[in-house]
Design a protein around this ligand. Structure first.
Ligand code: NAP
Length: 331
């Protein structure tokens, strides 16, 4: 076997626009089938996205022995249920972020995949682009002095009133949807887990959070200021601030490396001391290739699913801190 055959659970926009094209472009993957709650919708989606099979239920796709791996872009409240069903059907799973609704659910998923001997990954594609490693190495090598502050945010105006992200029953809210990125970024850069968390949230009429600000205290005194929102303009940045300078990344969580994207290094007086261009690469394709390669060669994934449990622990703590006003201790 030289390619992994992928099945897609649902006709999600994100699958059609981004992930299926990334599977088509991957050297070791084949975009094969889709399942929908509606057979007609699945058929039309398969035609439009170049898939050869379609199913009118998620169960039927999982029963297809030709499917090696399943990509799950379902609403967040369904991630755990369908990932575990897929594992029990013998499939490997790439599941959208956040992996689950809380750390306990995420741990249950990790355990189920371990028991089934199948691979599970959270679809944080940004970590597969060279930008992340480059920035991490610059910090490690002391190019901004001693790291002291991580300021990271992801927001966009969510102007579709019927979007799944507004529905609390479907696991909506900005912390789950986009806040998970700056959290993963802060953990990636520090290679550590926060010791404590404080947070404030604004709650939308539907009941989901639409603006969250959190402070994470990491070992060694590094502080991270995290923000996310559905009620602000598009921002997807991070700034790593050290004793002697700053690294600023404008397109932080879906880097492409196409023209104009760069990492800026500022000196102590905010003067630009370095402009770092990035190599052009599709981080979604890199993620699919990593996952498919890991299944084909039975090797470790670049990012183990246990990482998602730790990311969810921070999300749990931010919700608790925002609801109670208390400092939540994790360490
Ligand atoms: N990593 C990224 O860059 C990125 C970007 C965007 C989105 N995402 C993730 O992808 C997932 C889907 O997001 P999306 O914007 O593509 O959503 P979407 O277009 O609304 O797709 C969700 C799909 O889930 C299925 N579904 C099953 N039960 C449902 C229910 N009760 N209500 C609504 N839909 C239901 C529907 O497919 P059927 O009716 O065909 O079954 C629907 O098409 C989310 O987990 C999101 O976080 C990730």
């Amino acid at each position: 076997m030289s390619t992994i055959k992928w099945g897609i659970l649902s006709t999600a926009r994100h699958a059609a626009n981004t992930v299926i094209p990334a599977i088509h472009a991957a050297r070791n993957a084949q975009a094969y089938a889709v399942a929908s709650r509606d057979a007609g919708r699945a058929r039309q989606f398969a035609e439009e996205t170049g898939l050869s099979a379609s199913y009118g239920s998620y169960e039927d796709l999982l029963a297809d022995p030709q499917v090696d791996a399943v990509y799950i872009p379902l609403p967040n409240n369904l991630h755990k249920e369908w990932s575990i069903k897929a594992a029990q059907a013998g499939k490997h799973v790439l599941c959208e972020k956040p992996l689950a609704l809380n750390a306990a659910e995420a741990q249950e998923m990790v355990d189920a995949f371990q028991a089934a001997g199948r691979k599970l990954a959270e679809a944080f594609q940004w970590r597969h682009h060279a930008q992340g490693e480059r920035v991490y190495q610059m910090v490690r090598q002391g190019e901004i002095g001693e790291l002291r502050l991580i300021d990271a945010g992801f927001s966009f105006p969510l102007d579709r009133p019927d979007d799944i992200r507004w529905d609390p029953a479907l696991g909506g809210g900005s912390l789950y949807d986009v806040g998970c990125y700056p959290i993963s970024l802060a953990r990636y850069i520090t290679r550590a887990e926060p010791l404590s968390v404080t947070a404030h949230a604004r709650w939308a009429a539907s009941g989901v959070d639409d603006l969250v600000v959190a402070t994470l205290e990491f070992p060694g005194g590094v502080l991270a200021h995290i923000n996310c929102s559905f009620a602000l303009p598009l921002r997807r940045y991070f700034e790593l601030v050290g004793s002697e300078g700053t690294l600023y990344v404008n397109r932080a969580y879906n880097p492409t490396g196409n023209s104009g994207e760069e990492v800026l290094r500022y000196g102590p007086d905010r003067e630009v001391v370095q402009q770092i261009g990035l190599e052009s690469a599709n981080s979604y394709t890199l993620m699919i290739e990593d996952f498919s390669g890991s299944v084909l060669q039975d090797t470790e994934l670049l990012f183990p699913p246990e990482d998602a449990v730790f990311n969810m622990r921070v999300i749990d703590a931010i919700f608790e801190a925002a609801r109670t006003g208390a400092t939540v201790r994790l360490g």
